[in-house]
Design a protein around this ligand. Sequence first.
Ligand code: SAM
Length: 220
Amino acid sequence: MNDLQQYFDRLQPRYYINEIASLGFTRLFRKIAVRKVKSYENKRVLDLMSGQGENLEFIKSPNENTAIVALDYSSAMHKKLAATFKKKFSVQQIQKDFFESHIPDHSMDIILCSYGTKTIEEDQKAVFADRLSRIIDEKGEIIIVEFVKPKIKWRASCVKWYIEVLVTKLFGNEFGKLFHYINKNESLEDLKNKFVQNSLSIISHQRYLDLVEILHVKRN
Ligand SMILES: C[S@@+](CC[C@H](N)C(=O)[O-])C[C@H]1O[C@@H](n2cnc3c(N)ncnc32)[C@H](O)[C@@H]1O
């Protein structure tokens, strides 16, 4: 088990604090991202780095053929996801590191990934985009939402102070750790370029509040 896996396992009982510490913005942008897909009817959905299944709450118009795969390497996150959503959805849970998992090519119609990409190492990003590009089927869509480093300097300083000083003081060091990952994550531009190279088309790529980006791509 690597350090990050242990970190997320330990964090799980207090993971809800992220929603409070982000003043509700984490939830808001997750909802906007998941609702980019108007209907999940008859869709095969991969919730990648699913955590406790926070995305599943926002899935619109699912039916009995909506098949969800939730992949995350944290066992604690999976337990909570199962307790919350197993009765509501047909969810297959995969507890594995994505980079060691074997999701078949062309096996998904939708891939959702919320707040999972910032901890991916730089040299793994191309591998990540390539694998997603293969997993998605014809006409399939990939939606990624992530915190990014603000471009405007004073905003970056405010975010640093807010997370490293205030959030850390109020909620503990484990939440302050987040800043390190946001600070090295300039944008989703590199993933976007890789998707374009893989012949996917960009439906939208937006930055909100100079702090969150949502990337929505499609295989034609
Ligand atoms: C910040 S949480 C996001 C959880 C959820 N998607 C959300 O919107 O709140 C990141 C999650 O990704 C998982 N994760 C990070 N890297 C992973 C990897 N390489 N393979 C599988 N899961 C990973 C962690 O265990 C954690 O649950």
